[in-house]
Design a protein around this ligand. Structure first.
Ligand SMILES: NC(=O)c1ccc[n+]([C@@H]2O[C@H](COP(=O)([O-])OP(=O)(O)OC[C@H]3O[C@@H](n4cnc5c(N)ncnc54)[C@H](O)[C@@H]3O)[C@@H](O)[C@H]2O)c1
Ligand SMILES: O=C/C=C/C=C(\O)C(=O)O
Length: 486
């Protein structure tokens, strides 16, 4: 039985209260271990350790030394690749075949990419004319923001946590991470890696627990936290924004989506099917950028739907270790209840269930797991809740459209604005439509093709701020202008 402790000031520590909660594997619902739940004491100790570390050896490192240290962290994750893979797949149930080429490599790359990008970013300078003719020089000088609270979700635990810890450390901050209560393993393991690499104590801290009235709330309301970066649901983002208002702390919020896929009749049908399949079903549909609303131009609607159904029927459900498996369970029983409630709601709202819609029979050993069938619906009205609310499961609704104008209106008719995917062989149409999408990220003839130098974030209720590349600098550093009179 594994015990997940907090990682504070370079040491694994238990909760003083002795309070723990169960960690279960969604493949078969077996108990993996016990997770210590942080109270205010542990959160306070972690934040104070992070604050103190800013003034310790970490704060004395040059940018080049920090960059080298973060490369070492990435290398060590890669050396311990199999342990990270095993831990991540045990917590989430996702197939090794997927986590081994997305989650774990990106977990390592998030350290190297941001260390390099941020180390090589020029500073701003302006020469100012003055009445005496001698002038002045303005130089932008960046310093770390301080202690960053990182609140992470469960769908891509290592990837989404390091996506924030990487740039935060590259900029010289210290962090206190609160991983999701569903997925404590890889964040805990990263503590060992930090120690092995010689990252000074207090630079990377982890506290476990839930959100409200638990570690999440204690951390985001702690007065010594200088800024909060969050990935998760929009409603949680609202709570975090309120917590950050006290003391006027900065926030970066990456929240939910209800992303459209737009398939034009002039697309390469096979490419569109392959991409839409991934965008709706990879990671059991638990990707914020995933497509839950698919709009297909009427002349190819029947052909597209038929091909999608064929491909869904071929998805291979199985244990993470099964090399053939490309579809795992949802993250938890609780999340399965939510997704199944939408499966029922879709029928009540008048959907035609084209494929799936229920619980698969996985056999005696796996039937207690959080499995659901990959599902396609048609026939819902545009105001159905299933069309408007984020489900975060392996499902999508496919609807025909007749004109570019109509599909732009439909795609944007949502409170969210995270991502969109457009499938067309016409580059002028692709650009025209992409420019009109109310979304932070638009893919043309692809999906989840990520360049870490680019801006990442959401429009409307999908978030506030942009991270990625140099964009994170605005959040992770304080920009000071130094004006030197000559
Ligand atoms: N935009 C993005 O980049 C992105 C990426 C991945 C996931 N997501 C979104 O995340 C959601 C799924 O993840 P989830 O269910 O873990 O999200 P969630 O909002 O339930 O939880 C995220 C984290 O917030 C913590 N939390 C909850 N309430 C809190 C509070 N009041 N104060 C402080 N912390 C609190 C949780 O314990 C967890 O660690 C989906 O909505 C998905 O779209 C967005
Ligand atoms: O579930 C959401 C996935 C987000 C992906 C990233 O943040 C990324 O690729 O950096």
């Amino acid at each position: 039985m594994t015990e997940f402790k907090h990682f504070i000031n370079g040491e694994y520590v238990a909760s003083r209260s002795g309070k723990t909660f169960d960690n279960r594997c969604p493949v078969d619902n077996r108990l993996i271990g016990q997770v210590h739940e942080a109270g205010r004491d542990e959160v306070d100790a972690a934040v104070k350790a992070a604050k103190a570390a800013l003034k310790g050896p970490w704060g004395q490192l040059t940018q080049a030394q920090r960059t080298a240290l973060l490369h070492k962290v990435a290398d060590r994750i890669n050396e311990r690749f199999d342990e990270f893979l095993e831990a991540e797949c045990r917590d989430t149930g996702k197939p090794y075949s997927i986590a081994s080429h997305i989650d774990i490599p990106r977990g390592a790359a998030n350290f190297t990419a941001f260390a390099e990008t941020l180390a090589n970013h020029p500073t701003e300078g302006f020469r100012l004319d003055t009445p005496d003719g001698k002038g002045a020089l303005n130089v932008g000088h960046r310093t770390p923001k301080g202690v960053i609270a990182v609140i992470a979700p469960w769908n891509l635990p290592l990837l989404l946590m390091t996506w924030k810890v990487g740039p935060a450390l590259a900029c010289g901050n210290t962090v206190v991470v609160k991983p999701s209560e569903e997925t404590p393993a890889t964040t805990t393991l990263l503590g060992e890696v930090m120690n092995e690499c010689g990252v000074p104590p207090g630079v990377f801290n982890v506290v476990h627990g839930f959100g409200p009235d638990s570690a999440g709330e204690f951390l985001t309301s702690h007065p010594l936290v200088d800024a909060i970066t969050f990935t998760g649901e929009t409603r949680t983002g609202e709570a975090i924004m309120k917590a950050a208002a006290v003391g006027l702390r900065n926030i970066s919020l990456e929240c939910g989506g209800k992303n459209p896929g737009i398939v034009f009749a002039d697309c390469d049908l096979e490419k569109a099917v392959e991409g839409t399949m991934r965008s709706a079903f990879v990671n059991c549909g638990q990707v914020c950028l995933g497509t839950e609303r698919v709009y297909v131009e009427r002349p190819i609607f029947d052909a597209f739907l038929a091909r999608m159904k064929e491909e869904v029927a071929k998805l291979k459900l199985g244990r993470p270790q099964d090399p053939q498996a490309n579809f795992g369970p949802l993250v938890s029983q609780e999340h399965r209840d939510k997704v199944l409630s939408y499966y029922r709601l879709a029928v009540e709202e008048g959907a035609t269930v084209e494929i799936g819609g229920g619980i698969p029979d996985m056999g005696a050993e796996l039937n207690d797991g959080a499995w659901v069938e990959p599902t396609i619906w048609t026939g819902l009205s545009d105001d159905a809740r299933v069309i408007r609310e984020e489900i975060f499961g392996p499902c999508c609704h496919i609807r025909p459209f007749d004109s570019e104008e109509e599909v732009i209106r439909l795609a944007n008719d949502t409170d969210y604005g995270l991502a969109a995917a457009i499938w067309t062989e016409s580059s002028s149409r692709a650009v025209r439509v992409a420019e009109q999408m109310e979304a932070g990220i638009v893919w043309v003839n692809s999906w989840f093709l990520r360049d870490l130098r680019t801006a990442f974030g959401g429009a409307k209720q999908s978030g506030i701020g942009r991270e990625g590349g140099v964009h994170g600098l605005e959040f992770y550093t304080e920009l000071k202008n130094i004006c030197i009179k000559l």
